[in-house]
Design a protein around this ligand. Structure first.
Ligand SMILES: [Zn+2]
Length: 363
């Protein structure tokens, strides 16, 4: 960065300082509008998927180093600008801001966008909110009065007492408080609360202070084991990968289990520049060599994919229309904790096989 530019403001006259500041603000607006125009094109070409990112948001935060808030606002504006390019010009000249575009975007239609954007010209966030309130009045928020249980127990190691009175409107909170430490706060039903107390009591000989982190960790481990049995046919006594019947699209349970273990419960798509996708939610089983061209449901030919990458590769192979009628069953989750030691080495490719396929969801 040119340090002379940074140090020069002190040397400017008042008039020049104001003029220079105004010029910089104008240049910033223009740069932002240009960035948004490029983001819109990246989004349209879905280059973030090709690079190994499951969403444009992840690409913006990890590659472009935008803050989450900045990424969200720019993506929202980019998608609105794809529909109504005039927004870019208005952002550049400062007649709308990212905030007001975000407010307006859900209400803009081909019929009303010119009128609505004109009305929002130069208006503050509050004024645009009032404009939209008149356009689409919202029903009054119903009053809610709810009694929260008074904690009956007190333990130095327990956060149950604090969890009994969360702030109104934010019943669940998860926030990092230090590296590898998270504060988790939520409102529990009386039934859940009793189960938690019972689990603490039954584990008292192993966890004398009833530490909630340890108790919940054990409970979740047991839950993950159960879910793995249900969803991945996980077992302590695997029978080994049996080849499926030639021509069958069915993925045997042993193959699913082995693929989940090998891929570490994480999307195995690798982008053009070698970046492996980090998505662990909404995973699907993917035929590397498509079933339609003879790809078998074997461990070598099946990989985990997030939904975005499975759809992306299916479209690369067969075009968008092939997605119609393809079964899509949500119901996926990360098993990284459970199978962390079995994670596949960083994927550097697909063993020379083409990265094409059709989607097969978890069953
Ligand atoms: Zn992915």
């Amino acid at each position: 960065m040119d340090t002379t530019t940074l140090s020069s403001p002190a040397d400017l006259s008042d008039q020049d300082l104001l003029a220079r500041t105004m010029q910089l603000a104008r240049e910033e607006r223009q740069a932002t509008a240009l960035l948004i125009a490029h983001l819109a094109e990246v989004d349209a070409r879905r280059l973030h998927l090709a690079e190994g990112y499951s969403s444009l948001f992840t690409y913006c935060t990890e590659v472009l180093r935008l803050s989450e808030h900045a990424a969200y606002g720019r993506i929202e504006a980019a998608r609105a600008a794809r529909r109504f390019p005039v927004i870019l010009e208005m952002l550049s000249e400062g007649s709308v801001t990212l905030t007001t575009v975000g407010l307006l975007a859900p209400h803009l239609t081909a019929e009303n966008h010119q009128d609505l954007l004109e009305q929002a010209w130069g208006k503050s966030k509050r004024a645009v909110e009032e404009l939209l309130a008149a356009l689409a009045p919202q029903p009054s928020v119903p009053a809610v009065v709810r009694r929260l249980p008074t904690p009956r127990f007190s333990s130095a190691a327990s956060a149950l007492t604090a969890a009994a009175t969360p702030p109104q409107g934010r019943p669940t909170t998860v926030a990092p408080v230090a590296p590898a430490r998270y504060k988790v706060q939520f409102t529990a039903t009386a039934e859940t609360y009793e189960k938690l107390r019972l689990a603490q009591d039954l584990l008292r000989h192993q966890i004398p202070d009833g530490d909630l982190d340890q108790v919940l960790s054990r409970a979740l481990t047991a839950l993950l084991e159960q879910l793995a049995r249900e969803k991945f046919a996980a077992t302590d006594r695997p029978r080994g990968g049996r080849p499926t019947a030639p021509g069958s699209r069915h993925i045997p349970a042993e193959v699913k289990r082995a693929v989940c273990l090998r891929d570490g419960g994480r999307c195995a798509f690798v982008g053009a520049s070698g970046r492996r996708c980090t998505a662990t939610g909404f995973l699907e089983f993917h035929h590397v060599k498509p079933h339609a061209v003879g790809g078998e449901s074997t461990i070598d030919n099946i990989q985990l994919r997030c939904r975005a990458h499975n759809a992306y590769e299916a479209e690369l192979s067969f075009g968008p229309s092939t997605l119609v009628g393809v079964r899509e069953t949500p119901g996926c989750y990360s098993v990284r904790t459970e199978f962390g030691h079995h994670r596949r080495p960083p994927a550097g490719g697909n063993d020379g096989q083409p990265k094409r396929g059709i989607r097969t969801s978890f069953q």
